[in-house]
Design a protein around this ligand. Structure first.
Ligand code: UN1
Length: 517
């Protein structure tokens, strides 16, 4: 007997915006210039209510192969366009995204579970990086160095890599693809994207927008190919020599294996893995700012940013006061837990049943180890995957639980006697993504940003650990993987460097004055 079909949310009038994005009840999840899908069908679940939004037919290995082939041949056309011309295409993609900002933001919100302003904010990040990449397309500068030989010129020129792979995570289902693809496109690369298995609708809707722009300009759609799928597709990408750079966002555990697999074939990798981000509060900090910033960084996105704050390190002189005020603030926001699309919601659900289980396990383990739940700790009895934001005290700074990232709104509060002690506590975890100090003291600030300060990739002062701007390089050190995306000189990772020496004289002098006659 055939299983009866669920009621798809896409058919409910409240979700009619999904049709504006070209989505249907059943969608094809592979794009290599044409839409296809021969793999298994996955249902996309809305974490706010546990219902099925719509379904997507994923790619299998043969779909993957056709994506690689089409995108590789699309590269022959794409790489020949002058960079500013590629920038013009990316400008049009930014405009197309602008015109779909609200429906796409809503889709992010219902499929990932983040609240609507954050869903829209995420699409905005993609729009912003498009603008950034347009400028970059006219400034991908090389260099001229003085040659030590007469009649010689020493140049540095950057060339595209070819086809690159992007594997993104559920928590930023569009922005991370945007950071990689907008920059890679102006650099002259083509892209094959595999999004998270649980956010296939965002991948499909985004690729439709990008493909439309490419095809309206008479360019091959496979410049931006998509292969929705599971670990089999991810593994194939890691092992595939034709993928010159693999940009991977996900857990430290999986990312480490990806790094090894890519390195085995001497490919390039860009890893954005786990974080364990701390906010240090010095005894001279502005405590009003601290409470506001901490609340956003700990409970915003229901603790599911890789930049979410996991540890609070309070100076002993302000420990009781900040903890008391923060607990009060938590009490006020728990009435604002709800459907990610509702205007009044501040805290949406966890993304999946699996995330909920992990939260429950972690809370139980905290209690077993003698940690005290100062606030929260419970799963809400209602449809969807809702939990209370949770504050934990009483565990030592070096407890293995405190050194482990649980992707949920659980924060450990720690005490320090001084700023140097707090900094060493910040640095003792395996991960090194984001970090923040609240202080008014200039000495503390320079200590924090100096050689013996924070060892993270993102080092903030008087702002939360999350919410980085696109203009800087985003990423972290140690078990976070070392990759940098988005702004600054992150573009160099999407290109290969050619060091060029041209002899325009009639002589053949060797470097270092060597005579070989
Ligand atoms: C992530 O969680 O994977 O800094 C990225 C931030 C966002 C990006 C987070 N701009 O919080």
């Amino acid at each position: 007997m055939a299983a009866s079909k669920p009621e798809y949310l896409i058919n409910d009038s409240k979700y009619s915006f999904l049709k504006e994005l070209g989505l249907q009840e059943t969608n094809l999840g592979v794009f290599d210039g044409t839409w296809k899908g021969s793999g298994k069908v996955v249902q996309s679940i809305c974490p706010s209510n546990g219902k099925v939004i719509a379904e997507v037919k994923q790619g299998d290995v043969s779909d993957y192969e056709s994506c690689v082939q089409s995108s590789t041949s699309a590269w022959n056309v794409w790489a020949d366009l002058p960079a500013p011309k590629r920038g013009e295409i990316v400008r049009q993609i930014g405009d197309a995204l602008r015109s779909k900002l609200i429906p796409l933001g809503k889709l992010v919100s219902i499929e990932m579970g983040k609240i609507l302003p954050e869903g829209i904010g995420e699409v905005q990040e993609y729009v912003d990086i498009c603008d950034y990449a347009v400028g970059l397309s006219r400034t991908l500068a090389g260099a001229i160095y003085p040659s030590e030989r007469p009649g010689h010129v020493l140049l540095e020129k950057w060339n595209p890599l070819g086809l690159i792979g992007v594997i993104s995570a559920f928590n930023f289902p569009i922005a991370v693809y945007g950071w990689n693809s907008a920059v890679a496109m102006v650099c002259g690369d083509t892209i094959l994207w595999k999004g998270a298995e649980t956010t296939p609708l965002v991948s499909v809707a985004t690729t439709k927008i990008v493909a439309n722009v490419l095809q309206n300009n008479g360019l091959p759609g496979a410049v931006a190919a998509l292969c929705c799928g599971g670990a089999d597709i991810g593994k194939a990408m890691a092992a595939d020599k034709r993928i010159k750079l693999l940009s991977f966002t996900g857990s430290t555990h999986v990312g480490q294996q990806v790094g090894v697999d890519v390195q085995k074939r001497f490919g390039k990798h860009l890893l954005e893995l786990g974080g364990n981000n701390a906010i240090i509060v010095a005894d001279d900090a502005d405590l009003n700012m601290v409470v506001q910033a901490t609340l956003f960084a700990c409970v915003g996105t229901a603790g599911q940013r890789c930049t979410s704050t996991r540890r609070l390190i309070f100076h002993e002189n302000v420990y009781n006061e900040v903890l008391g005020r923060l607990t009060q603030a938590y009490k006020q926001v728990v009435n604002r837990i709800g459907d990610a699309l509702d205007d009044s919601t501040l805290i949406g659900p966890l993304h999946s049943k699996q995330s909920l289980e992990k939260y429950k396990e972690t809370v139980a383990e905290i209690q077993k180890q003698g940690g005290k739940i100062e606030f929260g700790g419970k799963v809400l009895e209602r449809p969807g995957y809702f939990v209370e934001p949770t504050i934990v005290t009483g565990l030592k700074h070096n407890n293995p639980l405190v050194h482990n990232e649980c992707f949920a709104p659980i924060v450990y509060v720690l005490k320090a006697e001084s700023v140097p002690e707090a900094i060493s506590c910040n640095n003792e975890v395996p991960q090194g993504l984001s970090s923040s100090i609240f202080t008014q003291n200039i000495g503390n600030i320079f200590e924090w940003i100096g050689p013996k300060g924070s060892d993270c990739g993102i080092v903030n002062v008087n702002i939360p650990t999350s919410g980085a701007e696109i203009g800087g390089a985003f990423g972290g050190e140690k078990a976070t993987g070392g990759g940098r995306e988005s702004g600054s000189d992150a573009w160099k990772q999407y290109m290969r460097r050619s060091t060029i020496t041209i002899n325009h004289s009639k002589d053949l002098p060797l470097a270092q004055g060597i005579k070989f006659e």
